[in-house]
Design a protein around this ligand. Sequence first.
Ligand SMILES: *[C@@H]1O[C@H](CO)[C@@H](O)[C@H](O)[C@H]1NC(C)=O
Ligand SMILES: *[C@@H]1O[C@H](CO)[C@@H](O)[C@H](O)[C@H]1NC(C)=O
Ligand SMILES: *[C@@H]1O[C@H](CO)[C@@H](O)[C@H](O)[C@H]1NC(C)=O
Ligand SMILES: *[C@@H]1O[C@H](CO)[C@@H](O)[C@H](O)[C@H]1NC(C)=O
Length: 349
Amino acid sequence: MDTRGVCALTLLLACVCPLICGASWMGLGLTSAGVPELPGCRGLSLSDHQRELCLRKPFLVPSLRDGARLAVAECQNQFRHERWNCSTSSEPPLFGYELTSGTKETAFIHAVMAAGLVHAITRTCSQGNVSECGCDARLQSGGSVTEGWHWGGCSDHIQYGTWFSRKFIDNLPKNSSARRESYTLSTMNQHNSEAGRQAIEQTMSTDCRCHGVSGSCAVRTCWRMMAPFERVGTYLKERYERSIQVPNQSRKKPRRKEQSRPVDKYQLVYLNKSPNYCVEDRRRGIAGTQGRRCNRASAGPDSCSLLCCGRGYNTRVERHVQRCECKFVWCCYVRCRRCESMNDMHTCK
Ligand SMILES: *[C@@H]1O[C@H](CO)[C@@H](O)[C@H](O)[C@H]1NC(C)=O
Ligand SMILES: *[C@@H]1O[C@H](CO)[C@@H](O)[C@H](O)[C@H]1NC(C)=O
Ligand SMILES: *[C@@H]1O[C@H](CO)[C@@H](O)[C@H](O)[C@H]1NC(C)=O
Ligand SMILES: *[C@@H]1O[C@H](CO)[C@@H](O)[C@H](O)[C@H]1NC(C)=O
């Protein structure tokens, strides 16, 4: 069957999307219930060069899906208390307006997606199922006899995943991440994708296991491993909060305030100020915070005053029924009581 046939069979949108919405591989982050997943690269919404790369490395298709899902889930985890909560739409582009608005949110999305891909591919490599990549060969022997440790086991080898993520998402020559004075949306996205990949390396750690007579720890075996992706998400969220506004290349005169500061490859950059995300704006696909649950005791972004943007909130009492005071009864069952509790629930007006 030719590609067009497959497209017609799966999702028309998925096939049109690469033409109209660039970074469409992100759509793999949606778990589409009911739509069967075709094996291989067919039926994936990819750009031409991504499809070509996919066909050359079909064993990475599960990692493409895992990486996208990991990233979407972590974005929603990191932003669950914020006005913009990283919600996705079931239609492309996955993140709606925020994917192309050139804001801090755009920056975070590109960084976390690129990092998710590195993470997923590297895990596949470490599981030893793929012949093109494996554990880090440089960290399989050597160490320090005097300090009583040596490299061993499987150290995560992030180079392959990093290379693939670069090639797949940005498709750039190696040295094109030169310092810039000003940015377009495309170079901004490239910069932030790279910052996401760097986050994987920055959050790696060394773990060791003890050996020796009765736990004496005379010798330790050590290996390098990636942080859990949640840690990478937290790291990138901090970068998001300290992200830097950079000048827009196509604007004739830079605005006074956006004098270009030196930016390093770990920082997130953005072109445009974010809207406040308070009120619904259908045209831009902003949901607003009406109906969001807020926390009256919090002083953070999920507090009722911040999340509801000063509009106030409604309170209703919610009844929770739980099993409680469970006792083991000889023999053999557990008897519990039903406990009811009343909780105030606050939602933004
Ligand atoms: C984000 O908030 C909207 C309401 O504004 C809600 O419908 C949606 O489920 C939330 N999404 C996530 C991922 O929490
Ligand atoms: C490795 O590959 C084999 C055969 O393709 C498969 O059965 C197994 O589940 C894979 N293991 C992992 C950890 O992916
Ligand atoms: C990349 O490096 C080559 C040689 O080092 C140079 O000729 C080329 O201009 C560089 N490309 C970019 C985009 O910086
Ligand atoms: C950069 O500026 C140009 C000209 O003012 C504008 O058309 C374009 O949308 C801006 N780019 C972004 C990403 O905002």
